[in-house]
Design a protein around this ligand. Structure first.
Ligand SMILES: NC(=O)c1ccc[n+]([C@@H]2O[C@H](COP(=O)([O-])OP(=O)(O)OC[C@H]3O[C@@H](n4cnc5c(N)ncnc54)[C@H](O)[C@@H]3O)[C@@H](O)[C@H]2O)c1
Length: 394
């Protein structure tokens, strides 16, 4: 099978995929070339640069098109038309774990940079002037970090901040069980108490506008390494200019240049109490390696074994609809036709099958059916009448 890694792929991941028997092409194609070439590939791997639009997906899934899966190295999938992929039977998987540490470290780095004014001190020295008194900072130890969004990255930031002696509070609709975050009941409460506010929600909602900035302590700093849209930049500009908050450190922007070397235009760049970085959260060699390996492995698992792990556009819709699911475990001889017999037996008993998973054991196969009816003694007895079935448990 053929894999196209259109936004590059670390050599280690390319070698891994080749060892697994895939042919890997890393030549970058533009949209027009992709329209012609993508139908010949079984998988497309991208990061954020390639826009996987409906027309591309449709072209790659005509009768002769081979495309089966799109892998996004990283977490955001806004560059992929998930709906079009779902309609055409193309699974989209992501790799959210490889970036966690890099982004969390960057958040901590931005906090230090703005609290100790390192970039401003650096600039004055580069221009040949010694300034010390101007750059008195604050320490992180003993301060309160307020997290808005306490998912994978938020939790990693929390661990690091705790180790720096910070108190960590946060708000999220989904609470982790084992966590360093003291959960508060609203974003407003986080803003009320935090000395540093870090947004880690991702998504497309604007969470910090004028009223939220009004709520923050005047000595507080805002950190955004999430998504540009999460903060209204005009409101932030006003708050920084008027000294409403002490400072901000931004890694993401409402309008980000698309290509390396393009001009960056943001009013924030005029200000002296802001630290800016160019969406560098995940930009480390380690993160590229981890993410490249992660996406290669999950794509490989789908193509070779039909494993849906880390899919973002297909999910257990029956669970979403609130239908209970049950499992029944069958040990049976490993020969052709067994699944047909199981399917017929479940059908005759009026049982809907959600999915099945099977592995070879010594001379036998172990199959687990996920079904929409509670298993019964009768079901067990019925399955045991099938020739070649060794054991049935539920
Ligand atoms: N700066 C970078 O280079 C960089 C790198 C990687 C990820 N990111 C960004 O970081 C985001 C977070 O990544 P993650 O892996 O932690 O994702 P995640 O899905 O594990 O965590 C996001 C959390 O935010 C919560 N959330 C969503 N909307 C919320 C709201 N309105 N209020 C409170 N909580 C809310 C979710 O419930 C979830 O727990 C990504 O979506 C991405 O945008 C940036």
């Amino acid at each position: 099978m053929r894999i196209l890694a259109n936004d590059g792929l670390v050599e280690e991941a390319v070698e891994y995929l080749r060892r697994e028997g895939f042919s890997v092409d890393t030549e970058k194609r533009d949209h027009d070339d992709l329209l012609g070439d993508l139908p010949d590939f079984d998988a497309l791997l991208v990061r954020s640069a390639t826009k996987v639009t409906r027309d591309l997906i449709e072209a790659a899934t005509t009768r002769k098109g081979k495309l089966k899966i799109i892998g996004r190295g990283g977490v955001g999938t806004d560059n992929i038309d998930l709906k079009a992929a779902k309609e055409r039977g193309v699974v989209v998987k992501f790799a959210p774990h490889g970036n966690i540490n890099a982004t969390a470290e960057h958040v901590i780095g931005l906090m230090f940079a703005i609290a100790r004014k390192v970039p401003f001190a650096h600039h004055t020295l580069k221009s040949g002037v010694w300034h010390k008194a101007r750059f008195k900072g604050v320490e992180l130890q003993g301060r309160t970090l307020g997290l808005i969004g306490c998912g994978r990255i938020g939790q990693a930031v929390a661990v690091k901040a705790k180790n720096l002696g910070m108190k960590v509070v946060g708000f999220d609709m989904q609470k982790w069980m084992d966590t360093d975050v003291d959960y508060l009941d609203s974003i407003d409460h986080v803003l009320d108490v935090a000395d540093f506010v870090s947004i880690n929600t991702g998504g497309k909602s604007c969470l910090i506008r004028g009223p939220e900035l009004e709520r923050m302590k005047s000595s507080a700093f805002l950190i955004n390494a999430s998504r540009g849209v999460n903060v209204e930049e005009d409101a932030l500009y006003d708050a920084l200019k008027n000294g409403r908050i002490a400072g901000a450190a931004m890694d993401v922007y409402e309008n980000e240049p698309k290509r390396e070397g393009e001009p960056f235009t943001s009013k924030l760049a005029e200000l002296d109490n802001v630290v800016l970085s160019a969406h560098l959260g995940a930009s480390t060699a380690n993160a590229s390696r981890k993410t490249g390996m992660e996406i290669s492995k999950v794509v490989c698992k789908y193509l070779k074994y039909g494993d849906f792990c880390q899919s973002v556009n297909v999910g257990p819709t029956v669970v979403d609809e609130g239908i209970d699911l049950y499992t029944i475990f069958i040990t049976h001889v490993d020969r052709p036709g067994m699944f047909g017999k199981f399917g017929t037996a479940f059908g005759e008993m009026g049982v809907n099958i959600q999915e099945n998973n099977s592995r070879r054991l010594d001379g036998y196969a172990q199959t687990i059916y996920t079904i929409q009816e509670k298993p019964t003694q009768e079901m067990q007895d019925q399955l045991l009448t099938i020739e070649g079935v060794h054991r049935v448990v539920y």
